[in-house]
Design a protein around this ligand. Structure first.
Ligand code: MN
Ligand code: MN
Ligand code: ZN
Length: 295
């Protein structure tokens, strides 16, 4: 940790997903521009299967940028949207598994400790079958990457379509099933759990949701929080992100989250709509900062 990072250590761990256009290291410039202390990136184009392997130069410039950056929280990588670890089609399943292993390797090379991914969509096989397949996929991926430090981080989902992961029980069932549970962690997406039916917009609902998460999964398993408000109502099972305080969760939900001492060390990362100039990131981060300070 460098001097400016040490000086920042009392700040809340808040940030946003940033573009890697121009190279992964460029994400740190964007993060600094809007005042992030936490960061999420893709390590490749998220809409393509293949990526050029990382060169030694890519890795060196990433590490150099990271060491000089404003980021004090562990960096989170998000995997490609094409990957489905319970795909019904055998070819797609194999392709997904290989791509997931490639993502783990990219993270490990860059020193990124968390690879966030969506459990998968069962596309008609049924949830139990889907969960079994996800466990097999993770076991294979972990076997292919023996001894890696990067953790596989299951993200909670809204349960849109046939997505698995809209109940905390799904995630725990996967963790219980894998051979190396110590390689697993979890990410709460506030928009997703709200759309899935966990009412974090009220004090009572927030308390019950956190209690349930702790009882079923355990707060010690929580690696990151995606802080997104929701355009769609509670239990809608539709995943549409909204600016903080302007959606169906509202400011109260995010105030409780930002002031929850159990979550003080968990990076809170925005995935909210934004334009090229990133002014929406600045706006949402300032709202989160104010809520953290109790305003
Ligand atoms: Mn996601
Ligand atoms: Mn998310
Ligand atoms: Zn989402």
């Amino acid at each position: 940790m460098n001097e400016s990072q040490m000086a920042d250590s009392t700040k809340p761990l808040i940030g946003a997903h940033q573009s890697i256009a121009g190279g992964i290291h460029k994400a740190f410039e964007r993060a600094k521009q809007v005042g992030c202390t936490a960061l999420q990136v893709f390590t490749k184009n998220s809409n393509q299967w293949n990526a050029k392997p990382l060169t030694d130069e890519d890795i060196a410039s990433y590490k150099m940028a990271a060491s000089k950056s404003t980021i004090i929280a562990p960096v989170v990588a998000h995997d490609s949207y094409l990957i489905n670890l319970c795909a019904k089609d055998t070819a797609l399943l194999q392709r997904s598994r290989r791509a997931f292993v490639d993502e783990l390797k990219r993270c490990e090379a860059l020193g990124i400790p968390y690879l966030n991914f969506h459990p998968g969509a069962h596309t008609g096989q049924g949830e139990e079958e889907g969960i079994t397949r996800i466990i097999e996929s993770l076991n294979w991926a972990h076997e292919e990457t023996k001894g890696f430090k990067v953790k596989s981080v299951l993200e909670t989902t809204a349960g849109q379509g046939s997505a698995i992961g809209y109940r905390f029980e799904h995630l725990q069932q996967i963790i219980d099933g894998v051979d190396e549970p110590e390689r697993m962690a979890v990410c709460i997406d506030t928009c997703h759990i709200f759309a899935a039916g966990y009412d974090i917009s009220t004090e009572k609902g927030y308390d019950e949701t956190m209690k349930e998460f702790d009882a079923i999964i355990g707060l010690e398993r929580l690696a990151a929080i995606h802080t997104n408000d929701s355009k769609k109502p509670l239990g809608s099972r539709v995943d549409r992100h909204e600016h903080i305080g302007k959606g169906a969760i509202g400011e109260l939900g995010f105030r409780m989250l930002m002031q929850d001492e159990r979550l003080a060390n968990i990076p809170k990362i925005l995935e909210t709509p934004k334009g090229e100039d990133l002014k929406e990131d600045k706006m949402n981060l300032s709202v989160l900062r104010k809520l953290a300070e109790g305003e």
